[in-house]
Design a protein around this ligand. Structure first.
Ligand code: GLY
Length: 361
């Protein structure tokens, strides 16, 4: 190396070093294994209804007997998925515009940093378990549509009709509203109310617009973290639409060194903001799970101001740190009540999050 070359080399090396420091490169982490650090286990879900409480109770049974976070979150998610009365997830979830239930789900195992996901999966009640099978039995992360169904069947999952009489009725009610002039129009519904025919029970069924989802996150007694997000997606969606739930970093993210986050609500907002990756990143930077969830709401609202002055995003975020601290923030009325259900060695309880940016009007 000539003198000049050497000087240039040293100058560039110094500049590169200074640049790295100024940029605050991703911190190196201790080589110490995370697994086996013995902590108090905890499981949380974004659902606060009775099914959510039962889901947490059964997930806790697994954690409290030394089971893994991955087994616990799968059990919890399955309880909600098979509930026919939950219209935002799995069996009984509201269908797409064509009356077909298409499910999205993802799972992530912090112990291995591996993930699995399904999009537009039909006819299988427990899409989160199919996502786990993809994670554990293939080299892929996501399968969609027909391929996802074929994979599920090949793994022994049973094909079943996911429309319940009630969810079908709701879809018909929605379809009635598409045109005021034909047989499916509101006029025929009015006729029903006046006793002029129509299907029994439609008087009491509201037309619902759902973008609900369930997140289940857990830390096990070995200190490992896992999560699942599962949904039937936005009701009456265009067939083939995939939302945020099966996208790692959008509907779900897990980092065994930091914690986990899950999103519910309007998936398109979450997909544009990579919200759960953002939340876990904020936690990595020292923010509490509560602060990190609120940061995500601030970030999304600030970014999306350009959409229109009246536009209020509708999402709920839940987060769990590796030390068992929780957070929940909510905006615009999306994703259910501004709370989560949790279970620790002290028992089961509701954690009330913070509601930000209420919907206008
Ligand atoms: N968050 C569920 C969905 O938008 O599909």
């Amino acid at each position: 190396m000539s003198k000049l070359d050497r000087r240039d080399f040293i100058r560039h090396s110094i500049a590169a070093g200074a640049g790295a420091a100024a940029l605050g490169r991703f911190p190196e982490v201790s080589a110490a294994p995370v697994s086996g650090r013995k902590v108090n286990p905890i499981v949380i879900t974004s659902h606060t209804n009775q099914t959510g409480q039962e889901a947490i109770r059964q997930a806790w049974d697994i954690l409290s007997s030394g089971g893994t976070a991955m087994d616990a979150v799968e059990k919890g998610a399955n309880i909600v998925e098979v509930d026919p009365n939950d219209h935002s997830v799995g069996y009984g979830g509201l269908p797409n515009a064509a009356g077909v239930v298409q499910l999205d789900a993802s799972c992530m195992d912090g112990k291995t940093y591996n993930a699995g996901a399904v999009g537009c999966l039909e006819n299988i009640k427990t899409p989160s378990s199919v996502a786990r099978a993809i994670m554990e039995h293939t080299q892929h992360i996501m399968l969609v549509g027909k391929g996802a169904l074929e994979f599920a069947v090949s793994m022994g999952f049973k094909e079943e009709n996911l429309l319940t009489p009630q969810s079908r009725e709701m879809w018909i009610r929605w379809r009635e509203q598409l045109s005021p002039d034909d047989d499916y129009g509101p006029k025929s519904y009015l006729k029903t109310l006046k006793g002029g025919g129509g299907s029994k029970g439609s008087e009491t069924l509201p037309v619902e617009y759902h973008h609900g989802t369930v997140n289940v996150l857990a830390v096990d007694s070995q200190g490992d973290i896992a999560g699942i997000t599962t949904t039937s997606g936005v009701s009456w969606k265009v067939p083939g639409r995939v939302g945020d739930s099966p996208i790692i970093g959008d509907g779900l993210y897990v980092d065994n060194l930091v914690g986990a986050a899950g999103a519910t609500g309007w998936g398109e907002d979450v997909m544009k903001s990579c919200a759960t990756y953002f939340i876990v990143g904020r936690m990595r930077d020292g923010r509490s799970p509560q602060q990190a969830c609120e940061d995500a709401c601030d970030m999304i609202v600030q970014r999306y101001r350009g959409i229109g002055s009246d536009y209020v995003p509708g999402e709920k975020f839940v987060a769990l740190s590796k030390d068992g601290e929780v957070g929940c923030a909510y905006m615009g009325g999306g994703g259910g009540p501004p709370a989560l259900t949790l279970h620790t060695p002290e028992g089961q309880k509701l954690y009330h999050g913070r509601s930000l940016y209420p919907a206008k009007g």
